[in-house]
Design a protein around this ligand. Structure first.
Ligand SMILES: *Cc1c(COP(=O)(O)O)cnc(C)c1O
Length: 404
């Protein structure tokens, strides 16, 4: 059967009949995509302003990344880590140098890279810092999002993420985001790490006070803890810098977690990047993944990073973000409480008296603009970083129609 025999409505019915109901997508079926645009089977065109939660920073099907995928698919796709593959070394070198770090451990999904960071931090705590067995603690934040494994949802502050999935992994301390004193109060001799998002993306585009990450960096140095930044959503150009933490001059992470756009919107590729001291704690057999570091993913990852740098996607995101945010602010919409963001990670918060964000997203969909609400009251605009001025103007016209 090909998709040609089904209408959008029939295809949606099929997924709903045979798929677990763990998502609530907008009722739009995508069957073709290019750049910032997607098409449904009936040929209707929409602009993608969600970018698969920032996995599509390069846009849909960037030709250089597709070409890298095709060439690698014709040579070798998988070896497992039982053997070496000739794409892994060059990819690791590129990522590590770009991050100014020393070593990396490749995985596939974001949640796996977060799990990797947690395992590394705990083992570093026991072997290097000297924390007593099974006592390691990691500080995490209210409103965090780090993925959906049982360990990770166990330290979520979102009741629904946890409901029905316990018992949970111990060893995590939740404190309010953007409150340095709260972090200081949670630190003890067994604290091995602080795990934090530079901007909380799923949490509603929450930006902490300026200097927060420098303050956490200093605290980590003082108390011999690792500062682990989850840049899965904010990294690789999204916020107008290569990494969001680079807005804060005094910030110095001990570990970076990357995912999403690392795979160029084509293939799942993730990574924990850190020092020899930290990732050096892993010995053969301690950790692994059958597909992690596979040659297809590495080839795609190399091309994604090359495109990111050569096309200056961080710079583009910075300039486009300023333009887009200023344009929405100047609409003076009666429904908008605040427009906030960095680069092209933008949240438009709807006033309480105007209801929740989803109906606005549905109206935008009818106008051909795809975006998704986050945390009930916030419309997230996060288009591919390659978006042109003309494409932004097209979107802004529709946004004005819906918001004003
Ligand atoms: C998406 C995301 C993750 C999880 O990545 P998956 O690939 O969905 O497992 C973790 N942290 C942040 C900040 C994310 O945005």
């Amino acid at each position: 059967m090909t998709t040609k025999t089904h209408s959008s409505a029939e295809l949606i019915a099929l997924s709903e009949t045979y798929g677990a109901n763990n998502y609530h997508p907008l009722p739009i079926m995508v069957s073709r995509a290019e750049g910032v645009w997607v098409w449904d089977p009936e040929g209707k065109k929409y602009m993608d302003m969600l970018s698969s939660y920032s996995a599509l920073n390069h846009g849909h099907r960037h030709p250089r990344i597709v070409e890298a995928l095709k060439q690698q698919a014709d040579r070798c796709t998988l070896t497992s880590r039982a053997f070496h593959n000739d794409r892994l070394g060059p990819f690791l070198e590129k990522v590590v140098k770009l991050c100014g770090m020393e070593m990396a451990l490749p995985m596939n999904t974001g949640a796996e890279a977060v799990e990797t960071a947690i395992k590394a931090a705990r083992k570093w705590g026991y072997k290097i810092k000297g924390v007593p067995d099974d006592k390691a603690e990691i500080i995490v934040f209210d409103n965090n999002f780090h993925g959906r494994t049982t360990t990770i949802v166990g330290f979520s502050s979102e009741a629904q993420y946890k409901d029905g999935f316990g018992p949970f992994t111990p060893g995590f301390r939740l404190v309010p985001y953007g409150d340095l004193e709260a972090v200081k109060g949670a630190v003890n001799d067994n604290t091995v790490a602080i795990l934090v998002e530079p901007i909380q993306g799923e949490g509603g585009i929450i930006i902490p006070y300026e200097g927060y990450l420098s303050d956490l960096t200093a605290l980590c140095k003082e108390k011999e803890m690792l500062l682990i930044l989850d840049e899965i959503q904010t990294g690789l150009g999204r916020t107008g810098k290569l990494f969001a933490y680079q807005y804060d001059e005094g910030a110095g992470p001990d570990m970076l977690i990357l995912g999403k756009a690392l795979g160029g919107g084509i293939y799942p590729v993730s990574m924990a990047v850190s020092s020899k001291e930290v990732l050096g704690v892993f010995n053969p057999g301690d950790h692994g993944s059958t597909f992690g570091g596979n040659p297809l993913g590495c080839a795609v990852g190399i091309a994604s990073l090359d495109v990111l740098i050569e096309e200056d996607l961080p710079g583009k995101a910075y300039r486009s973000g300023e333009y887009f945010m200023n344009a929405i602010r100047s609409m003076n919409s009666p429904h908008v409480r605040e427009v906030r963001g960095k680069g092209l990670l933008i949240g438009v918060e709807i006033k309480r008296e105007s209801g929740v964000a989803r109906p606005f997203c549905e109206k935008l969909m009818d106008e051909g603009i795809l975006c998704k609400e986050t945390h009930e009251s916030v419309i997230r605009f996060a288009p591919p970083l390659i978006i042109s001025r003309e494409e932004m103007d097209f979107a802004l016209e529709k946004v004005k129609k819906v918001l004003c």
